[in-house]
Design a protein around this ligand. Structure first.
Ligand code: NDP
Length: 466
């Protein structure tokens, strides 16, 4: 009987696409799905790849179909489903057999699973949605390097390639891969939110139609902002709804879904003491977006603001530059967080390699990431904001970001991710901040002590008791 190179559990959107990708790259793969009908349907629809796929109807059959030492990918929803599958699978496996969780696990769960594992275990982050999984995702690996090396031939073959280099990189021990994937998703949230804010300014502030907005995004995609997210935003805005003949965007409900990775990123950033305000704003905006009834009540009570910008206050160049500045700031926040986690968790997270692995295959792929990889290669520990090439771009674009934030606020158009990035930037470029007042207040009510600027003495107190 033919033995597969690798196995896969979970033939949903991602698992099915990943299995076809693996088969397409010349590897035999055994698959199993909780619902057997789905396995049969998947195999029947695999076309010329079907001979490389071994459909199985029990976990035992799956395990017996894979060559030893085995490697089995789990592509099921993060959380309990992963623990259940590991518990069901492990007793059927040998001591060298490897389980790979390729879903969007919380990295703390991956840390736990790695430490509890009765055998080899990897947690890998896979980005690129269904198309990426099918034709080349970006893969962020975590766990023992020797186990990663064992499956690297398959993972590198199926991954996206940037100028021939595989976008599949080992990030570090245990949950390192899932941690990097979570920050990737957090940045994705912020990038998408900033694009949505600019869309809102064009729609409500400038009265532009969806198709006209789509043309602007298409144009921007030929410049500094060239990226998958700008590209698809242009396509989304330019699509007409077949049922109504209206722009599709105009019939889509304005409530955004989420599965948790953005929220985890924000929570971890706060634990690490390296805030990611653009991501925070993006997660908050998604949460508020789903409060549609409350927002309607708010509009009835307060009005929605004028909405319209005064003629000539903002042009497309202002908006493009605002997005460039906001994007650089958001990535600088994300990479700072990764650097802090690397120290805190004892990982040696490879910052330049992270920028490189995101250059192709993943949702946040963009032209800018190649420059970010170069800047991080020059000096991995420096804040990206201060890397000369990005500092120059921010100097050139920050006034447009400021103007965009001012004018959108004046018109009552919420631009939380752009605004919070600007506030972050203004904080990060002012040597003398305002926390001396906070320290004075803390000492006044709680005798927490403060440090003096003049003498450097710490643990000082004000004369409050007098
Ligand atoms: P789907 O909902 O499309 O598929 C889920 C799969 O898991 C199905 O095959 C389902 O089987 C199986 N499953 C669900 N619950 C269980 C369980 N308790 N035990 C065993 N099998 C179970 O999910 P996706 O493919 O979209 O996502 C899979 C993972 O990949 C998630 O962690 C997700 O966050 C992550 N991911 C998703 C991306 C995307 O763009 N969709 C991108 C990157 C990562 P059944 O047919 O029996 O229901």
């Amino acid at each position: 009987m033919k033995e597969a190179e690798i196995g896969l559990i979970g033939l949903g959107t991602m698992g099915a696409a990943l299995a076809l990708n693996i088969a397409d790259n010349g590897f035999d793969i055994a698959v199993w799905n909780r619902t057997t009908a789905r396995t049969r349907e998947f195999h029947a629809g695999a076309g010329e790849l079907a001979p490389r796929i071994i459909p199985t109807e029990s976990l035992k059959e799956l395990v017996e179909s894979i060559k030893q030492p085995r490697a089995i990918i789990l592509m099921v929803p993060a959380g309990d489903a992963v623990d259940e599958q590991i518990a069901a699978l492990r007793p059927l496996l040998g001591p060298q057999d490897l389980i790979i969780d390729a879903g969007n696990a919380n990295f703390r769960d991956t840390n736990r699973r790695a430490s509890e594992a009765a055998g080899p275990f990897l947690g890998i982050g896979v980005s690129g949605g269904e198309t990426g999984a099918r034709y080349g995702p970006s893969i962020m690996g975590g766990g023992d390097k020797e186990h990663w090396d064992r499956v690297y031939p398959v993972l590198s073959a199926i991954s996206a390639k940037y100028e021939g280099a595989p976008c599949a990189t080992w990030m570090g021990e245990a949950g390192a891969g899932h941690f990097v994937k979570a920050v990737h998703n957090g940045i994705e949230y912020a990038d998408m939110q900033m694009i949505a804010e600019i869309y809102g300014i064009m729609r409500d502030g400038m009265g532009m139609t969806a198709s006209a907005i789509g043309e602007v995004f298409d144009r921007w995609n030929n410049g500094v902002l060239q990226s998958y997210l700008i590209e698809i935003s242009g396509k989304v805005a330019g699509t007409v709804d077949a049922a109504t003949g209206k722009p599709l965007l105009d019939v889509i409900v304005d409530a955004a879904g989420q599965k948790g990775t953005g929220r985890w990123t924000v929570i971890e950033a706060q634990h690490l003491g390296t805030p990611v305000p653009a991501i925070d704003a993006a997660v908050t905006a998604r949460n508020l977006s789903s409060r549609r009834e409350e927002r309607a009540t708010g509009q009835a009570l307060f009005g929605a603001g004028s909405g319209a910008l005064a003629q000539g206050t903002l042009d497309m160049a202002n908006l493009e530059n605002a997005l460039i500045a906001g994007k650089i700031m958001c990535y600088a926040q994300g990479f700072s967080m990764i650097a802090a986690a690397s120290d805190q968790f004892g990982w040696a997270l490879p910052l330049p390699e992270i920028a490189k692995v995101w250059r192709e295959g993943c949702i946040i792929r963009s032209a800018m990431l190649n420059d970010m990889a170069s800047a991080l290669e020059d000096e991995p520990t420096r804040n990206l904001l201060f890397a000369p090439s990005f500092a120059e771009q921010v100097k050139a674009a920050q006034e447009d970001l400021r103007l965009t934030v001012i004018e959108s606020a004046r018109a009552g158009l919420a631009a939380p991710a752009l605004s919070s990035s600007l506030a972050w930037f203004d904080t990060m470029r002012r040597a003398r901040g305002t926390a001396n007042m906070i320290q004075g207040q803390r000492d006044f009510f709680g005798l927490h002590g403060f440090a003096r600027l003049d003498t450097g003495a710490t643990g000082q107190h004000g004369p409050w008791a007098e």
